[in-house]
Design a binder for this molecule. Structure first.
Ligand code: TNX
Length: 559
């Protein structure tokens, strides 16, 4: 197994160095166990790189170290490194000439690094070379570089800011992601999270090479995004509890105080700031406007636009919220939604918008004259066909705004005429995801049994989190095997927030499970081993989180 290293061209970097050659010859005749021993001292990176060749000696990063770059694509990466060094070393990494002495150099090299988001990182004793062909590649090289440094480098407050020299073990890494979509969803509706927390959340995702932040911005319990044309969405729809129009019986939050006002929304300025923050860390934000179900907050803000006044239907969602579904028989619903989509697409540059589509309650629309007349006019036979009509029409609206659709898997039921490039999130099971693949649909795997981080780690009254599905231990996350198919765009964890009463609980449920997710998303299946991950995660992985005051679960629970 060790000899695979010989097929690897990265060796060329220091081929002139005799010492390195001697080292390679030694390696060639060494046993696998020696190879492992050499590897293990530097085996600290999460997610595990695809190819890692340990070197000999160390690079010493000091105040005298300079960086050189021949491409603007490395700017975000350099800024990130500079920021962490300034905070934790107290000096600024300055630019300098291309030199083989005490320099970190960044090179645009699409010939050597062919895949998107890929990078090559060579750490020698005198210099470091980073090669990539895009911003993400450079950024991830720097993330790996920093993971090879003392975990103190990840500090966010500057309180330990005076480590003057940093030794980084020599090695060569050639790395690329397994999946293009490596996501985490945060639900800001059920419980609101400050922009400060959202940024921290995004930052920690980036530190583990995750690249899609799915932001669940609207639901029954709160509309969290300012829409200029509909100010009541924030004024009314973002407040619940005593004295508001959203006084749910089960909520403000499960197991939370029921007499407390819960409010909060993101202004358009907040959103622009967060989008830029994410972009600088190679993360795209997928906004979700959950419709037509899960829309109680919007409905109480604009009942006349979104509900048929003559509708006599009376229904409850699975979460027991009554009459929470936008009416698809009324033109005003489409005008409203198009206006919302138009503002959302101006705020979020990402090419996709998530339109929800999950859990439309049985009985919705049954007694709505507006829906009946739509059915007659369009020849729709049942609720499923009404749902399909609704999403086909919204897909066209998205197209008008140069956006593709992402939605929960329910939207594919029946025969909706949606664009081939749309993507569906399979949350019910891995099996249901595979079924979508057979229907030639693009899929992101988010199965509740493995990737719902709002579920308890283990079944216990002392553990926070939901209990409606199976517990999701860190090992279970790690064991998730996504089928291989070109229709699988990637994997994503979901952090729904009904039980996330505060940031500490959110952190606890997210970490260390996100560490495991990052490796599922990034590292080739055959290169992953639980025992090996467990060691890295419980040592360096948690240290990096601790230094950032993440309230993680300290024991990596196994099954
Ligand atoms: C199901 S999965 C939901 C959410 C809940 C979650 C709780 C999906 C698309 N819908 O509305 O928050 O379960 O685990």
């Amino acid at each position: 197994m060790g000899f695979k290293f010989w097929e690897w061209k990265a060796i060329s970097y220091e081929s002139k160095s005799n010492r390195f050659l001697v080292f390679l010859i030694l390696l060639m005749f060494s046993t696998e166990s020696l190879l492992f021993a050499v590897g293990s001292s530097t085996d600290v990176i999460i997610p595990k790189p695809q190819k890692f060749l340990p070197g000999k000696g160390k690079f010493l990063l000091t105040k005298q170290t300079r960086y050189f770059s021949d491409t603007a694509l490395s700017k975000n990466a350099i800024t990130y490194l500079q920021r962490q060094l300034k905070l934790n070393a107290g000096f600024i990494l300055k630019g300098g000439k291309l030199s083989k002495d005490n320099t970190i150099s960044f090179h645009y090299n699409p010939k050597k690094v062919k895949k998107s988001e890929a990078y090559r990182l060579h750490i020698g004793k005198k210099y470091i070379i980073v090669e990539a062909k895009d911003k993400a590649g450079f950024f991830y090289a720097v993330v790996s570089l920093m993971q090879l440094m003392d975990p103190v480098i990840w500090g966010q407050t500057g309180s330990s800011g005076n480590t003057k020299s940093w030794s980084i073990p020599s090695c060569t890494i050639e790395d690329y992601p397994r999946f293009k979509w490596r996501g985490v969803m945060l639900d800001s509706s059920r419980n609101f999270f400050s922009t400060f927390y959202v940024k921290k959340f995004i930052d920690r995702m980036a530190q583990h090479k995750l690249n899609r932040f799915h932001w669940h911005l609207t639901d029954d319990e709160g509309w969290r995004i300012e829409i200029k044309q509909y100010p009541l969405l924030a004024k009314i729809g973002a407040r619940r509890g005593p004295g508001t129009k959203l006084p749910f019986s089960m909520y403000p939050a499960m197991r939370g105080p029921k007499n407390k006002l819960q409010s909060g929304y993101y202004t358009q300025d907040d959103i622009r700031e967060i989008v830029a923050y994410a972009k600088a860390r190679s993360i795209e934000i997928l906004p979700e406007i959950d419709i037509p179900g899960h829309a109680k907050a919007a409905i109480v803000a604009y009942p006349k636009l979104l509900q048929d006044p003559k509708d006599k239907s009376c229904y409850r969602s699975v979460q027991k919220v009554s009459n929470n579904t936008i009416n698809p028989g009324m033109e005003s619903s489409y005008i409203f939604l198009e206006n919302v989509i138009s503002e959302v697409s101006r705020l979020f540059p990402f090419g996709y918008i998530h339109l929800g589509g999950d859990e439309i309650p049985k009985g919705a629309w049954k007694k709505s004259p507006a829906v009946h007349s739509l059915m007659q006019k369009k020849g729709l036979k049942n609720t499923r066909e009404v749902q399909n009509y609704f999403f086909t029409r919204l897909d066209k609206i998205l197209a008008k705004h140069q956006r593709k659709m992402i939605a929960w898997q329910e939207v594919t039921e029946g025969k909706p005429k949606l664009r081939q490039n749309d993507i569906f999130m399979a949350w019910k099971s891995t099996k249901s995801g595979k079924k979508l693949i057979r229907k030639h649909r693009n899929v992101i795997m988010t199965p509740v049994q493995y990737l719902y981080f709002d579920q308890q780690y283990t079944r216990s009254k002392k553990e926070p989190g939901h209990t409606w599905s199976t517990p999701v231990s860190t090992q279970k996350v790690y064991d998730f095997k996504a089928a291989s198919s070109s229709y699988i765009r990637g994997v994503q964890a979901c952090l729904w927030s009904e039980t996330l009463l505060n940031e500490k609980i959110a952190d606890y449920l997210a970490w260390p499970r996100i560490l495991a997710l990052s490796e599922v998303a990034w590292t080739e299946q055959k290169k992953r081993k639980w025992k090996d991950f467990q060691k890295r995660a419980s040592e360096e992985g948690l240290k990096r989180l601790k230094i950032q005051d993440v309230h993680y679960r300290s024991v990596l629970p196994v099954r």
